[in-house]
Design a protein. Sequence first.
Length: 147
Amino acid sequence: MITYPDPPDHLLQTLADFRFELRSFLQFSEGAALEAGLQPQQHQLLLQVAGAADGTPVTIAYAAHRLGLKHNSTVELVDRSEREDLIERTADRDDKRRAILRLTRKGRQVLQKLSGEHARELNEMAPRLVRALRRVHLHAHVVAEVL
């Protein structure tokens, strides 16, 4: 069995700082979604549906992959979001077995509001996030060379 030396303390501190900055943003995001009347996963679903590349059919499978959820969990999330008039499902013209997801007008409005709030928060956090990411990159590169 190959053993590796413990990572240097400065790498651990750097990783901890980076994780803190990421978590701070995620906590902001979750709180903003709840304030807007959405569950955080609903916000993420709306974002993935709206943010898909042009020509990409947004299906349950696509959403599950992008959200890191199992198919059945994604179906439940889509069902709840559809009941709340945030998204709609339409039959795929090319493959009637699958549904294409689209935002409703209400879904677009909620997402637009949340996206503006997120852009403002990221603008404020960007210098700290970039600095933390640069430090992770630098320290991880040095450690990888040693190992």
